[in-house]
Design a protein around this ligand. Sequence first.
Ligand code: FES
Length: 163
Amino acid sequence: MSPLCSALRPAGADSAEKQNAEGRDRHRNITDRFFLANGTSEENLKVNFINRDGETLTATAKEGESLLELVIRHHLSIDGFGACEGTLACSTCHLIFDQKTFDQLSPITDEEMDMLDLAFGLTKTSRLGCQICMTKALDGITVRVPKDLSDARRDQVEQQSKQ
Ligand code: FES
């Protein structure tokens, strides 16, 4: 830190900085544990997203990372994607896969199925991005973002306000 910055530091800044460093270490430990349990922390899997406007967005993923986490971490510009942050309450993370990729995905749960029923433009190969975790077998996949989205939470609020 420059002398000017340290002259302007408020009282207690050292302690706040120490707390921040401890927080960072704690976060790193949690992240390391997650990837030890769920895969590697190496970012070596590729995913292509065909966005609503037809533009292809490419990002590198870590094994075990969900497609929602990938979109957020890379700040991919997909309008409205992941509004409920992966709590299975919105269906805005709806993605469409090709049949070959779809057949390799983890089994779908009843909760995901219920939320998918509310998704815009549902297809036979639709899944929710917050429920799909990257594996080596999925390296290089291309997924399509539907032309529009529906947010189950917003739709519910609108219905209630009409009643
Ligand atoms: S982010 Fe809301 S259901 Fe996936």
